[in-house]
Design a protein around this ligand. Structure first.
Ligand code: ATP
Length: 438
């Protein structure tokens, strides 16, 4: 099913997933806030990434580097010189466009004449210390990768790592993007999930294949539809001069196929440049073969916001159930913002409410559990379906006698009666396997 972005934006607002930033002041371009359910979803996406690339491997370390760095970093990385978009302005209406985005030679808004293209650096400039002078200029990082490169020797030596090994990091990056964003697809402030994997030159091509395969599989493992994912290999003219190869994992967003993640073979460019600018030795000595070399780097670079958006879009369903529209997020259990909702059938029966509240408290050890009695049961189910809660547990009059409750599965809407004394174990099993456990 293809879904329009407007439907996703509206669901996100209505259900506390994503809000416009500083909305009461009219907002600010390309900037969004994750609400109470959005923060859970994005955390789950980031945790799934960390689990796959750090915990499930024995050749990776984690890192959390600072956003502000010594400005020489950005000279060495090449960002000061070339992290630019060519921009043109309309001489008539003064609107500004990315040259890459407009097909013709005239202004797409008013048909006016355009200026010559000028380079516009995407880095946000800022000042450290109390004076706004040239010497105090630094930048908000436009990618997390450089924090990893400058710590390569620290991590390798202190953790006694041998090549091949990698470093993973999740963190905020900032780019002064000019084009409108397609919701959270392109924002000025975003979170990246980046890996720099250091290998011996000559082994880089097979490690590159390995990471392309691993990263593609990650999206499939999270339940993203295979037909909505593809790999797009960069043509030679798209590659940075130092890059040996690059492929994008793309998702079929409502606006068309667009990048979720890029995986690049960067050769020794980054470590060589940092060695040159810092005058420090960033080479590696292989004890076994007595060789010294600058490692090559394979870089899988993903966006937490783009992955979250793709997952939301992919999980969105509209169905007709007994003549009524049902909207649901058919999202993997591990990603669902709420795992269990406990709902009392009658909110004016103190004994039912009491039992339901106690049950919710007891189930919190299994993941985010909510109690809700603010509407009729039909409404409550619909609310939970819309935010992808896999299991609703209903407490009714009969529960007081037979000590059983009803568990409802989101996708199939099947219901089963489960004894209260085994409910926690039962839901644990359901959460781990998906659907209703036998
Ligand atoms: P694009 O071509 O879409 O601008 P890019 O090729 O410049 O992306 P990279 O520099 O390779 O992106 O960054 C790696 C990842 O970081 C991207 O695949 C994306 O998931 C994420 N990312 C980059 N820029 C943004 C942004 N402005 N908003 C949200 N995510 C972003």
């Amino acid at each position: 099913m293809t879904v329009e972005m407007d439907k996703i934006v509206s669901l996100c607002k209505r259900r506390g997933i994503i809000f416009q930033n500083s909305e009461i002041y009219g907002g600010i371009g390309n900037t969004w806030d994750y609400g109470p359910l959005g923060v859970e979803l994005k955390r789950n996406v980031k945790e799934a990434w960390w689990d796959a690339v750090v915990y499930r491997r024995d050749d990776m370390e984690g890192l959390d580097a600072a956003i502000l760095m010594n400005p020489t970093t950005w000279q060495a990385s090449g960002h000061l010189e070339s992290f630019t978009d060519p921009l043109v302005d309309c001489k008539k209406c003064k609107h500004r466009f990315r040259l890459d985005d407009i097909g013709g030679a005239a202004c797409p808004d008013c048909g006016g004449e355009l200026t010559e293209a000028r380079s516009f650096n995407l880095m946000f400039k800022t000042f450290v210390g109390p004076v706004e002078e040239e010497a105090a200029v630094t930048y908000l990082r436009p990618e997390t990768a450089q924090g990893i490169f400058v710590n390569f020797v620290n991590v390798q030596k202190m953790m006694r790592r041998k090549i091949p090994f990698g470093i993973a990091q999740i963190g905020k990056s900032f780019r002064n993007e000019i084009t409108p964003g397609n919701f959270t697809f392109r924002t000025r402030e975003f979170e990246q999930m980046e890996i720099e994997f250091f290998v011996k030159p000559g082994t880089d091509e097979s490690w590159y294949e390995h990471w392309v395969d691993q990263r593609f599989r990650w999206y499939l493992d999270l339940g993203v539809n295979r037909d909505h994912l593809r790999l797009r290999t960069h043509e030679a003219h798209e590659l940075a001069h130092y890059a040996k190869a690059c492929v994008d994992v793309e998702y079929l967003f409502p606006m068309g196929w667009s990048e979720l993640e890029g995986i690049a073979n960067r050769g020794d460019y980054d470590l060589r440049r940092h060695a040159e600018y810092s005058r420090k030795d960033l080479s590696y000595f292989d004890e076994a073969t007595k060789e010294r070399y600058i490692p090559y780097v394979i870089e899988p670079s993903a966006g937490a916001d783009r992955a979250t958006l793709a997952i939301l879009i992919d999980a969105y369903r509209e169905e007709e159930v007994r003549g009524e529209k049902r909207t649901l997020l058919a999202i993997a259990n591990r990603l669902a913002p709420i795992k269990i909702a406990v709902l009392p059938l009658l909110k004016n029966r103190a004994d039912i409410v009491d039992l339901a509240r106690k049950l919710a408290a007891d189930l919190r050890s299994e993941g985010k559990t909510v109690y809700d009695d603010t509407a009729s049961i039909g409404r409550l189910y619909r609310r939970q379906d819309e935010v992808g809660t896999p299991y609703c547990v209903t407490v009714d009059v009969q529960s007081l006698d037979d000590r059983q409750v009803t568990v409802r599965d989101r996708d199939s809407m099947r219901q089963v009666r489960i004894p209260l004394d085994g409910i926690r174990e039962y839901l644990k099993k359901c959460l781990a396997t998906g659907g209703l456990a036998e």
